[in-house]
Write a protein that binds this ligand. Structure first.
Ligand code: SF4
Length: 238
């Protein structure tokens, strides 16, 4: 996949990304249904997303205000696929110490409790920082969800104001559309690929799903066995 320079539009980028992602999942799980396959598939999908976004930056050089240490957007409502949460949980268990996992579980449970029963707009209005945020950086950067990978801002002051001086509704943040479209297309491909398997395939809110995942023993193995590991009450139905 290439991003064309100048005014030329990328041909069929959306369809190509959906198909490529779909194939990564279907072929990956055809080889084996195992925790190792989850990691390999998720890393492959994220690598594909990153390399395309890096090419977009190189070719189009968009004016983006995002910078290391700026984390206002980590108060946003994040929806995730089941594959992403399962991989994220495996990543957390593999990379954080048992003490760090316990602290994260507590922070996640508190945030999930405040979100319970609220729709996406009401959750967003809480302006709660993501429990995975640590010293203004994402503590799971390599495993962060697609939605986080699609975010950009052309004006960090608006992001800050939306958190520090929240009005009734957030001020719309100007963003770089292509970045979001890449992440959104990959996400459609994830849903489409998982649909070809017997695995639970739902839209979930990040914090509530992570709360369930961190408190479910053998979540990866149980998801791979076809169990509905994420209960109805946290499935996004909007
Ligand atoms: S997962 Fe990481 S990037 Fe996404 S909202 Fe949480 S801290 Fe921010």
């Amino acid at each position: 996949m290439r991003v064309e320079d100048g005014s030329g539009e990328t041909l069929h980028l959306h369809d190509t990304l959906i198909a490529a992602t779909h194939n990564i999942i279907v072929e990956g799980f055809l080889q084996e249904i195992s925790p190792r396959a989850v990691t390999r598939i998720a890393e492959n999908i994220y690598a594909q997303t990153e390399s395309l976004q890096a090419e977009v930056l190189r070719v189009r050089n968009p004016q983006i205000a995002c910078a290391k240490g700026c984390a206002w957007c980590c108060t946003s409502y994040v929806s995730v696929t089941t594959l992403e949460v399962v991989f994220l949980t495996a990543f957390i268990r593999a990379n954080l110490s048992p003490e760090e996992v316990e602290t994260l579980k507590e922070r996640t449970a508190q945030s999930a409790e405040r979100r319970r029963g609220l729709d996406s707009n009401a959750q967003e209005a809480l302006r709660l920082f993501c429990p995975l945020l640590k010293q203004n950086g994402c503590s799971v950067y390599a495993a962060r969800p697609l939605m986080c990978r699609g975010w950009t801002s052309k004006d960090a002051d608006i992001c800050r104001m939306n958190v520090e001086q929240p009005g009734e509704t957030p001020i719309p943040v100007p963003y770089y559309r292509l970045f979001k479209e890449i992440a959104a297309s990959v996400r459609v491909g994830v849903q489409s690929g998982i649909d070809q398997t017997p695995l639970q395939n739902d839209d979930l809110e990040l914090v509530s799903a992570l709360n369930v995942a961190l408190n479910t023993r053998d979540i990866v193995e149980r998801w791979l066995a076809g169990e509905q590991v994420f209960p109805d009450e946290i499935i996004i139905k909007e």
